[in-house]
Ligand binder design. Structure first.
Ligand code: ADP
Ligand code: ASP
Ligand code: MG
Length: 409
């Protein structure tokens, strides 16, 4: 069975770290199973490349941006392969294209269309560990594409599926998936396992520890994902993300996610008539802007307020698209706000237990934290708050829902 591992940016953030990871790889490879390793760019390299582009252009062309960003993972994969060879084990570094990762041409958020594993298999046959540059692929024109920030996780799970691996091992700078980001709440606890549906919801709601599309792929191909620390001893316990195995899921908040990448737009006092939403959200979708939460307040005198949220990166463009539409629709004004965060409670069975929402709202109101907006799904309750109150809200809710306590069984 093929071993598929992924090491994140912090895990290879320095030459020392890179060598430590190489030692883990060489040790595992010595056990004789074919091994593919996906690697992220070293440390903050991707952020630095983004800043470089920003210094040259206010709106860098997406194709060139992807070409630039792809270099980060090319550097780390080449260095890692060298470091593994220094330890006496065969290793070869491959770009996304060389590894057969083919995507569509949506630069900046390309989707993987397929993986041709022929080259990887040949390298396995030659006794090489294959080190693959994560986060990148090649379009039909052989252009570099990238999968979106944090996308190396998705590269790894996609390769796991293509290579029929039994599981995918994601090594990062924390010991697994916690009840909330342990950097926000020191009493957060590591979960031994989490249902893929819950993890998908958490990842989509800003728990940056996993790329949402990686979790989606794991679910689709039924591949368990093991998240563990690259800093801990090899084989140390982590978290397994897998399809729910319990017959009757327990009702419990499993994790709290904080999303800092939230901006809102509000059309104030729009005349309330059918078709408004269609007129607004059609053009936003056509511009490639993904709209998250949408709330329409029933107003007075047949006037209504319409609020929706987008990511910070999309705010300017969303304003450009929405401004003429707001005038056309007869809105009094178009407001925007980028000082917002989303806090989400995630767990199965929450919808059938109204007590969760009540406790969440009471906890926040007791601390004078104002809720700007509320949305729910079957396994999630989300509130929109002022950014400066986000971390405090997470800490208070973590305690209120006893997530710092071991689960009694
Ligand atoms: P990598 O570079 O290895 O991909 P990331 O920075 O993308 O690592 O993800 C790891 C980080 O995710 C952790 O350092 C932690 O701060 C953050 N994080 C957010 N939510 C959680 C959570 N529920 N459990 C663990 N880590 C979390
Ligand atoms: N290097 C890319 C990023 O920083 C991809 C990744 O690390 O997963 O977003
Ligand atoms: Mg990551």
């Amino acid at each position: 069975m093929t071993v598929v591992q992924k090491y994140g940016g912090t895990s290879v953030g320095s030459i020392e770290r890179l060598q430590a990871v190489a030692a883990r790889i060489a040790h595992r490879a010595a056990q004789g199973r074919p091994m593919a390793v996906v690697v992220s760019a070293m440390g903050k390299t991707t952020d630095e490349l983004v800043a470089l582009a920003g210094a040259v252009s206010a709106r860098p062309p997406r194709r060139e941006m992807d070409m630039l960003l792809a270099t980060g993972e090319i550097v780390s994969s080449a260095l890692l392969a060298m470091a593994v060879r220094e330890l006496g084990h065969g290793a070869v570094a491959l770009t996304g294209a060389q590894a057969g990762v083919f995507t569509d041409d949506t630069f900046g958020r390309a989707r993987i269309r397929g993986i041709d594993t022929e080259r990887i298999q040949r390298e396995f046959a030659a006794g090489n560990v294959v080190i693959i540059a994560g986060f990148q692929g090649a379009s039909g024109e052989a252009d570099f594409t990238t999968l979106g920030r944090g996308g190396s996780d998705t590269s790894a799970v996609a390769l796991g599926a293509a290579l029929h691996a039994q599981q995918v091992e994601i090594y990062t700078d924390v010991e697994g998936i916690y009840t909330t980001d342990p950097r926000i709440e020191p009493d957060a606890r590591r979960l031994a396992d989490i249902a893929a549906e819950e993890m998908l919801e958490a990842a989509a709601q800003g728990a940056g520890v996993m790329h949402p599309r990686a979790v989606e792929l794991g679910l689709l191909y039924d591949i368990p994902i093991v998240v563990a620390s690259s800093f801990a001893a090899d084989g140390a316990a982590g978290t397994v993300i897998r399809k729910e195995v319990l017959m009757e899921p327990e009702d419990r908040v499993r994790t709290i996610a904080l999303d800092r990448d939230v901006a809102s737009l509000t059309l104030r006092q729009v005349p309330d008539r059918p078709g408004i939403a269609a007129q607004l959200f059609g053009p936003l979708a056509d511009a490639g802007i993904s709209v998250d939460t949408i709330v329409q307040n029933a107003g007075e005198d047949r006037l209504t307020d319409l609020t929706f949220t987008v990511s910070h990166a999309d705010l300017e463009q969303a304003r450009e698209v929405a401004a003429p539409l707001a005038r056309e629709l007869g809105a009094a004004e178009l407001l925007h706000d980028h000082d917002l965060v989303k806090v989400s409670l995630i767990g199965t069975g929450m919808q059938s237990a109204p007590g969760y929402a009540a406790l969440m709202f009471r906890t926040l109101s007791d601390a004078d934290i104002n809720i700007e907006l509320i949305t729910t799904s079957e396994i999630r309750i989300t509130v929109l708050l002022r950014s400066e109150q986000g971390e405090q809200a997470v800490q208070l809710l973590h305690r209120a829902f006893a997530l710092d306590q071991p689960v009694s069984t």
